[in-house]
Design a protein around this ligand. Sequence first.
Ligand code: BGC
Length: 844
Amino acid sequence: MTDREIDVLVDLLGLEEKAALVVGASMWATHAVERIGLEPVVMSDGPVGVRDPQGRGTSAMLPAPSALAATWDVDLAGRTGRLFAAEARRHGVDVVLAPQVNLQRTPVGGRHFECYSEDPHLTAEVAVALVTAAQERGVGMCVKHYVANDSETDRTRYLARVDERTLREVYLAPFERLVAAGAWSVMGAYSGVDDGTVAAPALEHRPLLTGVLKEEWGFDGLVVSDWVATQSVAAAVRGGLDVQMPGPDGPWGDGLLDAVRSGEVAVADLDDKVRRLLRLAHRVGRLPLPASRQGSLPGDVRAVPAEDAVPLLRELVARSVVVLKDDDGLVPLADGPDGAPLRVALLGAHAVEPFFQGGGSSFVVPDRLTYPADALRAALPTGSVVDVVAGSRVLRNPPALDLARCTDPVTGAPGVRLEWLAADGAVRRAETAAAWEGWCADVGPDDATLRLAARVRTDEPGTHELGVGTVGVHRVTVDGRVASAGDVVVDEDVILASGHNHPIAATLAVEGGGSALLEADLQVVHPVGYDRFVRGALVHRLPGPTAEEELDAAAAAARDADVAVVVVGTTHEVESEGYDRADLALPGNQDALVRRVLAANPRTVVVVNAGAPVLLPWYDDAPAVLWGWLPGQEAGTGLADVLTGVTEPSGRLPWTLPARADDVPVPHAIPVRGVVDYAERLDVGYRAWERRLAAGTGSGAGPEPAAPFGHGLGWTTWEYEVADLAAPGLAPGDADVAVHVTVRNTGSRPGREVVQVYVTPPAGTATTDPARPVRWLGGFAVVDAAPGERATADVRVPRRALQTWDAAAGGWTTPPGTYRLTASRSVRDPRRDVDLVVAPGTQS
Ligand code: BGC
């Protein structure tokens, strides 16, 4: 649709219609205007799949985005983009709220798993491939969260203080690439930015949102607010926000209409937003061409072929696994001794119940779930044995209370008693519920409190633990004793903090042999823009083996097995949107489990089921450690493919794995007086590690990580034979530098190599431009080769990778000199250098 055709439609709309169009009609859709043929544009999350906006259907559940980035494979990213398009159409979705291209600035970031990498170039390459492929199929991707929204602590309020150069070279870089690649939509962040000139919420930051994104980069798509992030009318309108989501509640709506009528907001500004919405609606097939041109339509852009998600997801899971170490060649698993069937001890709470996906808005209800034990049993030869023992305790909350144990203390009927109270304490209605999922959204507008009561059968002798996890004003008692009480009223903040999804329960111990009375008064939460709800996770731990006895059982299984596979990881209590992690330790007693298993059987493979870095204090003692991410629905099948040698685990770390908490360059993102100061500037992630390593000499050298950025072994070995340049220098007008790297597979299995090229700036840069990183990723390419064969990787290092932002001049410059380009297996494993000359005069 041409701009003129869009203008004609805008002119047909009245002021009220225009003001309504730039506010969501509901949680997930914009308004329709039948008169001009405009249908609602439907949006849905998010980065690990496309959630059904009706909240009913299931979805393909992908591995977390950092797993995709760990493949460093833009073809796989493109195929993932096609899957997003198919999934979007399956669920009637036009715009997917993904990908997230914020950076993994600190390993404690709650949404670390939703981001791709700590490196802007790797982030951009993966995101561009994914967004392009989805949009080619007529589905919009909404790139988020613009900008510098890299942590969750106090996330709706903090200001990220980032100097202009750092913004340009690091945090804006993926967005810039995506806009150049034609992204149709961008989501503005909850947090704010202080770039040294303006300190404002992201949605009101006119220099960034209007100046850079729209005017300088020429973004012609739609800027959508993050959900309930809009705090103002005129300031956000002028800042550059186009559509407030969700709606119809919120500051826009009537507020916007009034502001236009009073002249505070110009009609031209409103028209520009409407124009952008119509353009997006047309792109995704929700606004037809004018009748005169309809014959020229290539067909319904919404007719996207369905995709069979399972093979791709399975491949992604296996390909993303990073072999951190495998000293004794334990992976793939060999046969048992003398060809006998293999006995595997599959251990750890995560072996029983993997952590499939992180918490927060990216959550999807999966089409199916696959489990390591089932998949491994199916994949191993007949006669093999897989013994499964959880062994570890990973959750702070006890398991959910079984309602079959409960009776209504008033009526004696099976179930829990629910009484809904008005604000004055009057009981409005009462019922006995036979099912309780931990919360309830079926709340009346005048209900203020839910009183919940159950007589719980606790007849097993021994100590039982009972309690309730909730949010807001509450009082929980067990047999009249107070387990927990709170008087802090919560509202939409609690939604944004995600705590309501995983409240930690306060519990009390009761002696078994009879029953106990569990009672709770729980606040009805009313988050504006979202439905009312009550949260009450009823929990119960039965008497049973002690934690030590459970560890003993795991160690015994390991001792009896040919090989032990221990799966450890994070949980929804620690890796989620809405909060950052307090530390980098594995939760519960998992370190103890690994040590016990290693002592029982040295033939042990540890698989880490986590999205973000965790400390592995036993790392040096474990012969084999694989990073298995948050793998999504094919957790079981993908892992079995790796363990049995069907697919090579060819992942490489897209971030740095620290060995000790004290070594982490940016250990937290706790705002100080409301400000998160990006004081490390350009040295995001591995660049900070590299600077410290380069600065030190001998014993003064900076700390080595447990595993560096880009590391991953695969299952073969590689010789880097030659690296050369297509041309020795960068000529004016060259968009990029082509580096050809020939590698030879020197192992005995076919393999995939991720050839990485790092840039070292000209000698003397440390003096002329001390802020410039000592080394950074310039480009990469993936090649396959059979044993003994060579393959040549064609790595493109974009000109931008050599450039710096000159804040004084307000433009990019390419500092001249001789750059070293190093073909490497990781940032710490250089193999071949080649010099690139940037002559003076080729700056622009
Ligand atoms: C998240 C966004 C998400 C939106 C809609 C927000 O809380 O920050 O990433 O797309 O909710 O669910």
